[in-house]
Design a protein around this ligand. Structure first.
Ligand code: NDP
Length: 283
């Protein structure tokens, strides 16, 4: 079997076109969605993520502002900045680019963002709403993965989904979203012994660890749907995922590539959340 490749970049492109016309309609009603991105310091990876987000916003017609603050910014100063953005009625969505310098407590910052402007979907209120299946901002990477599965009409209900990785931003919430869609969910992590015993049972396998090519064909069931979230820079400078693409492609029924897979979808869902924020706040 050769897997059908789910190209996130192509799907992202068509979704962004749809959002562009949605924003045009909103603008005719006097609503211009506005996203403010806060970047602390000058980490090159963070800078590149932020510029990807701004490019997407520009294309769609979302008004995006970058607030670039020095590494020396204190937690108190950052919390004050967030407080001002929370009060600014023109700002619909606030995103603080993670990771933050070690002297700033990430959780304090996440919880300072007003839940109505939490377009990253990381606030405990957003997570709690997702858990209890209320309307909310879904975290962007899990939301992107769900959208990729839905774009191929992949049935989730009744499937065994195995998630490798349990971070708050990817592993845990993607498992929860699949559970909400009636999958049976198993989580694997660094303390899971004999992990391939679980991964080999997966109808849907989601890998979000950050270890290049850690999942080979021997860890995958024939016909499985495999979503590779990992992004790893290897020695030759190129990017690769957590899944050994070439071997798994010959065994899976669907597979996402790295790059051009989940990454572009993450940014796209951030835009979707920002439009939702603008709509909700206008009502
Ligand atoms: P974290 O480092 O926060 O979490 C990694 C998870 O992997 C942890 O739960 C950890 O387990 C688990 N893990 C580590 N080693 C093993 C192992 N040997 N076997 C099984 N599980 C293991 O990472 P993130 O969730 O933030 O990101 C994961 C990857 O996805 C990274 O490569 C990141 O760059 C990428 N990413 C891509 C995005 C995209 O849009 N494409 C968005 C976000 C992330 P434990 O909890 O026990 O420590």
């Amino acid at each position: 079997m050769t897997a059908e490749i789910i190209y996130g970049d192509k799907l992202a492109e068509s979704l962004r076109l749809e959002m562009k016309s949605e924003v045009e309609t909103l603008k005719e009603k006097g609503i211009t969605p506005k996203l403010t991105v806060v970047l602390i310091g000058d980490d090159p990876a963070s800078k590149s993520y932020v510029s990807g987000k701004q490019k997407a916003a520009d294309f769609i017609g979302i008004d995006s502002t970058l607030l670039s603050l020095p590494t020396s910014t204190t937690e108190h100063e950052l919390l004050n900045t967030i407080d001002q953005l929370n009060r600014d009625t023109k700002v619909n969505g606030i995103l603080v680019q993670l990771p933050l310098p070690a002297h700033i407590n990430e959780q304090h910052v996440i919880e300072a963002i007003h839940p109505n402007k939490d377009v990253d979907g990381f606030h405990p209120i957003s997570i709690g709403r997702m858990l209890t299946q209320q309307e909310t901002f879904l975290p962007c990477t899990p939301y992107g993965i769900l959208t990729m599965l839905q774009s191929k009409n992949i049935e989730i209900s009744g499937k065994h989904a195995v998630i490798v990785g349990r971070s708050n931003i990817v592993g845990k919430p993607v498992g929860q979203l699949l559970l909400n869609n009636h999958a049976t969910v198993t989580y694997c992590h660094s303390r899971t012994p004999n992990m391939t015993e679980y991964t080999k049972q997966a109808d849907i396998l989601i890998v979000a660890v950050g270890r290049a090519n850690m999942i080979g064909a021997d860890a995958v069931k024939a016909g499985a749907i495999v979503i590779d979230v990992g992004v790893n820079r290897i020695e030759d400078g190129s990017l690769t995922g957590d899944v050994d693409f070439d071997s798994v492609k010959e065994k899976a029924s669907f597979l996402t590539p790295v790059p051009k897979g989940v990454g572009p979808m993450t940014i796209t869902m951030l835009m979707k959340n920002t439009i939702k924020a603008a709509r909700d706040q206008a009502e």
